[in-house]
Design a protein around this ligand. Structure first.
Ligand code: HEC
Ligand code: HEC
Ligand code: HEC
Length: 191
């Protein structure tokens, strides 16, 4: 479900959110590149900025006034259904989350198989802002999980057709969905 109220997406009482309003301190976030660390806060302008700002290259003006990357992003973020993984495809995320850590499966043990082999964008599984608690439970929308429903479809399980993520503890969970022709019904991962 698309939440258009940005303020609601970053509420500290949400199941998960990027730490714009309040810090997170989630020790499971092992991919952060220094100086980013667990407990850091991020600003809108860490993601939304000119593609030529002083933070990107040295030639442009600072500030979120214009960018060649929609919607006003500082760096490219490819969100199509099939994306060939590269440093550029997810340049925005890789400014703070180490590409080698993500593709090395240091947290979610199936990042590489989905992102590199399955060519699924980060956005097929992750929200970039946060998930409104009024529309989500913490068990189902931890880890910024919010499937892109234009890519991910319901799978029929014992409880009827549904798209569902369930957090089962540190680096483990379960998925019920159909994606890229593959059906998961309470498919569990863990490490
Ligand atoms: C961690 C990076 C990040 C941060 C921090 C961030 N955004 Fe975004 N924002 C994105 C990305 C990526 C998109 C587009 C893709 C998407 O919608 O998931 C986006 C989309 C948007 C959009 C387009 C409409 C929409 O909701 O899709 C607006 C407006 C927006 N952001 C405003 C903000 C504001 C205001 C803040 C600070 C309160 C903020 N963003 C913080 C990454 C970020
Ligand atoms: C400006 C730096 C920055 C950018 C850009 C950024 N992140 Fe993050 N991300 C963070 C920080 C800081 C945390 C929170 C660490 C903590 O728990 O204290 C975080 C946490 C996360 C989490 C864990 C959330 C949770 O609830 O455990 C996920 C998933 C995530 N980011 C995915 C992404 C994706 C996908 C992108 C690209 C769209 C992205 N990030 C871009 C800084 C960033
Ligand atoms: C197939 C779904 C899927 C895709 C695609 C995906 N992720 Fe994740 N990601 C997850 C799940 C599930 C977790 C939570 C693992 C756990 O803690 O149980 C996670 C956790 C994370 C975390 C928090 C832990 C850490 O490593 O710091 C970050 C950051 C993250 N993902 C970033 C990304 C980025 C960046 C991309 C794209 C390059 C991406 N993810 C693509 C499903 C996905």
């Amino acid at each position: 479900m698309t939440e258009v109220n940005t303020r609601m997406q970053f509420q500290p009482s949400n199941p998960s959110y990027h730490p714009v309003i309040a810090p997170r301190n989630n020790n499971d976030v092992v991919s952060l590149i220094s100086p980013w660390r667990v407990g850091s806060m991020v600003r809108c302008t860490d993601c939304h900025n000119s593609d030529t700002s002083g933070q990107g290259s040295a030639i442009g003006v600072n500030g979120p006034h214009g960018s060649i990357y929609r919607p006003l992003l500082k760096a490219n973020y490819s969100t199509n259904e099939y994306v060939t993984e590269s440093p550029r495809a997810y340049a925005l995320c890789y400014q703070c989350h180490d590409r080698a850590s993500i593709l090395g499966d240091e947290s979610f043990p199936l990042h590489n198989v989905h992102v590199s082999q399955g060519r699924a964008s980060c956005s097929a599984c992750h929200d970039s802002h946060g998930i409104n608690r009024m529309r989500a439970s913490s068990r189902n929308h931890s880890n910024l999980i919010n499937f892109d429903r234009s890519i991910v479809r319901p799978a029929s399980g014992a409880l009827g057709a549904r798209v569902e993520y369930e957090d089962l503890g540190r680096y483990s969970g379960s998925c019920t969905l159909v994606c890229h022709g593959v059906t998961h019904v309470r498919f569990e991962y863990g490490r």
